[in-house]
Design a protein around this ligand. Structure first.
Ligand SMILES: [Zn+2]
Length: 239
């Protein structure tokens, strides 16, 4: 995350809206990081005892929004979307990125409801060995609260029985059949019940109700795409 004078786009707008809500004058909320936005950032940084450099990095962003990100999905419809993910979630190709950005989404609170889930990449024979150990996974720290809400929805709506396998979250790789980065690269996507919801298949098992648990938490569902990826949920708009 790195916003500075000259930055433009929906993330700057989110920043300006937040500063403005907090009483800092940013001028027009126009998505352009100009001198007024910069002086608002400086003022905020000074008042919070942060390094006052007028640049919004992880520290300042964290002071503004806490350990989460605002609901970005509705604002994420302007290209270039992949660049947006790099701006918000950082560059996973840089050394040290994993240590700084990945965190465990701990779901042990829902252990009773989720303990039957097993890892999809293991064979059924391994199921007995791991099935009771699935209480969380590694993902981008900013999206931990969103994943938690999604699983809370699943449990509270009595749908946890529909969850069978966890098939991965963080995995830096190109999209299947594409030359751009998969949302998995940032740890902001999750695959569930992969065996029964294969990539590209329009006949899949994922129910609307289960998908809605993730959609209500702000995720985009791959099952809604014209070339469906029903196992897949991601916290960004890229495709
Ligand atoms: Zn996926």
């Amino acid at each position: 995350m790195f916003l500075t004078r000259g930055s433009q786009g929906s993330l700057v707008k989110v920043l300006q809206e937040k500063l403005s809500q907090l009483g800092y004058s940013v001028g027009a909320v126009d998505g352009v990081f100009g001198p007024m936005t910069e002086s608002a950032v400086l003022k905020f940084q000074q008042e919070k005892g942060l390094d006052a450099d007028g640049v919004v990095g992880n520290q300042t962003w964290g002071a503004l929004f806490g350990e989460s990100i605002p609901d970005l999905i509705p604002t994420l419809n302007e290209p270039p979307l992949e660049q947006f993910c790099f701006d918000v979630f950082g560059d996973f190709r840089v050394a040290g990125w994993q240590e700084q950005n990945l965190a465990r989404c701990d779901l042990s609170l829902y252990g009773n409801a989720l303990q039957h889930i097993y890892f999809g990449w293991l064979t059924p024979a391994d199921k007995a060995f791991v099935h009771s150990n699935w209480f969380g996974f590694l993902c981008h720290r900013l999206v931990v609260p969103k994943f938690r809400i999604a699983f809370e929805n699943v449990v509270k709506r009595g749908l946890s029985g529909q969850l069978k396998t966890f098939d991965g979250c963080f995995d830096s790789r190109l999209k299947r059949g594409g030359n751009s980065w998969s949302a998995h690269s940032w740890g902001i996507a999750i695959d569930i019940n992969a065996k029964w919801n294969a990539f590209g298949q329009s006949h899949y098992e994922m129910t609307r109700e289960l998908a809605q648990c993730f959609k209500d938490a702000g995720f985009i569902w791959g099952g809604d795409w014209s070339y469906p990826d029903a196992m897949h949920f991601q916290y960004c708009q890229t495709r």
